[in-house]
Design a protein around this ligand. Structure first.
Ligand code: PLP
Length: 373
């Protein structure tokens, strides 16, 4: 696996874990205080580290430092993944631009463009995730990629795509929510801008909405910061605290989640009740080689296709170890049938977010439930 070397991602994790403590003085707290004050002592000249809560707070700054260590780049936090998506788009596009995006990525991105950007004169074309890396870039001002794609788990060759967007002189934005910056260093693989919904695996406990934008392009980041300040899209201190707390265990949680996901995918591949399994870590998966090339593990999302919607719903409902819900990346396994939202997947397609449960118990619970279908 060459996504990033084990040394690199572990060095970044070390830095994320010590980002806060190393800056403290004698007598300071070991964890970032939750500072809820929106006002900061500001007599005279208004130059100060903190000015007003909408511009940033000490709690948010500590979280951004930890996320920045993981990304290996400056980070700006947002109150949700979609707020980060919105900031990246509105900081980059202008009337008359044409964007190239995946047709099978997170649905709200397409909805945002259709309802709010197209009326401002921005056009968008959509192609399937695997086809993005070879699609002609003529006439486009920006390319968006999401890999593995949510919910279908297809993969795009990031290095190939990035080398072509560089040649074309246009920015590449990568939504890295499903893999996380720990498993897939999209900026090192060539993307100009990294987006992540930290609501998912990065915070990891299903109790905080948060997102971030990361980039080494200073001009772009200045615009994103201005967007946040003017649009007022600033995360609160409590969510900021939960994200920095959660990301400290990202490495160990992902180890268990990826191990469990692989075991679940293998169990499902050999089960008569399942028509198809998507997991980039299965050697039989069409995206396996590409995933191995750019990810340091294969993630925790597994796509299971049952014969029909009713069988899929029965599986979700009758499995004690599956919490029926949307969203993913928490410590408990959860699942949902994505066609219920209109995603372009088969009616019987279940996106399973595999959690940190003890492996043998999780497998037994899933096998019992599949056998009973
Ligand atoms: C969930 C998700 C988002 C949006 O994140 P929120 O925190 O729910 O706003 C964006 N992209 C992808 C790929 C997602 O899965």
């Amino acid at each position: 696996m060459t996504g990033h070397s084990e040394t690199d991602r572990h060095a970044r994790m070390m830095q994320a874990l010590h980002a806060f403590g190393k800056r403290q003085r004698k007598g300071d707290p070991a964890t970032p205080p939750i500072v809820s004050s929106v006002k900061f002592n500001l007599p005279g000249d208004p130059e100060a580290p903190f000015v007003y809560g909408r511009y940033g707070t000490p709690t948010l700054e500590a979280t951004e430092a930890a996320l920045g260590a993981l990304e290996g780049a400056p980070v700006i936090g947002f109150p949700s993944g979609m707020a980060a998506v919105t900031a990246a788009l509105f900081s980059s596009v202008k009337s008359g631009d044409r964007l190239l995006l995946p047709s099978d990525g997170y649905f709200a991105v397409r909805a945002l463009i259709a309802e709010f950007l197209e009326i401002l004169g921005v056009k968008a074309d959509y192609v399937p995730t695997p086809a993005l890396s070879t699609h002609s870039l003529g006439g486009y001002s920006l390319v968006w990629v999401e890999t593995p794609s949510n919910p279908g788990l297809d993969i795009c060759d990031l290095q190939r795509l990035a080398s072509r967007t560089k040649l074309a002189g246009i920015p590449l934005i990568a939504d890295n929510t499903t893999a996380t910056p720990f498993l897939q260093p999209v900026l090192d693989l060539g993307a100009d801008i990294s987006i992540c919904s930290d609501t998912k695996a990065v915070s990891g406990h299903g109790d905080a909405l948060f997102g971030h934008v990361a980039s080494r392009n200073e001009g772009f980041m200045a615009r994103v910061r201005a967007w946040r300040k003017m649009s007022g899209s600033t995360p609160g201190p409590w969510e900021s605290f939960l994200v920095q707390r959660g990301l400290q265990t990202l490495d160990v949680r992902l180890q268990r989640m990826c191990t469990n996901a692989k075991a679940v995918a293998e169990l499902a591949s050999n089960h008569a009740k399942i028509r198809n399994v998507r997991y980039p870590g299965l050697e039989t998966d069409p995206c396996n080689a590409l995933a191995a090339q750019q990810m340091s593990d294969f993630g925790f999302l597994v796509g299971l296709t049952f014969s029909d919607a009713a069988t899929a719903e029965q599986f979700i409902e009758h499995t004690a170890s599956i919490y029926p819900s949307t969203s993913f990346g928490a410590v408990h396994t959860s699942g949902e049938r994505r066609a219920r939202w209109g995603d372009a997947v088969p009616e019987g397609y279940v996106r399973l977010s595999v959690g940190c449960e003890p492996t043998s118990h999780l497998l037994r619970s899933l096998k019992d439930s599949l056998d009973a279908l």
